[in-house]
Design a protein around this ligand. Structure first.
Ligand SMILES: [Zn+2]
Length: 153
């Protein structure tokens, strides 16, 4: 992890948490449960509580309002310009037109990973440490999601 980022973590983590909670509340409010067919796909990817998944389609993926947090999320690979979806526990937000099983399989695998981690806090801290150490594409949780999405669709 870059030393400047390490020094900033205590200040950044509450901001990350606040942003994540706001986004989850929005998906809870505006999102919908997924179809039986998509629930079956999620179960094939290992998800235990597929009925808990909520999905929201948006024009553009939300990014943190705090400019510094936003910059760090993009610079570290936590967020990327080509990303089509974000998975926060059972809450998934995708760019309109990307709520296709082929794309969602990847997000559902992240839901499985979150269930395995035991809590969203655990999942995000494992995920963030992998992305910071290896970059987004080489993070083991991303490898796993890419492998499993191919097997399931
Ligand atoms: Zn992913």
């Amino acid at each position: 992890m870059p030393p400047d980022l390490q020094a900033k973590l205590p200040e950044l983590l509450p901001k990350v948490n606040a942003w994540v909670q706001t986004l989850i509340a929005r998906i809870e409010r505006e999102g919908t449960p997924i179809s039986e067919e998509l629930q079956a796909l999620a179960r094939r990817l290992g998800v235990r509580q597929a009925e808990a998944i909520r999905l929201l389609e948006v024009e553009h993926l939300p990014t943190p309002e705090d400019p510094e947090l936003c910059r760090i999320c993009f610079a570290s690979g936590m967020l990327g310009a080509n990303m089509t979806g974000l998975t926060l526990g059972y809450h998934i937000v995708v760019v309109r037109g990307c709520a296709h099983p082929k794309f969602l399989a990847h997000d559902f695998r992240h839901v499985y990973q979150f269930e395995e981690a035991g809590s969203l806090g655990n999942f995000l801290s494992i995920y963030a440490s992998q992305v910071l150490a290896c970059g987004h594409n080489d993070a083991p949780l991303e490898w796993d999601a890419r492998q499993q999405e191919k097997l399931a669709t």
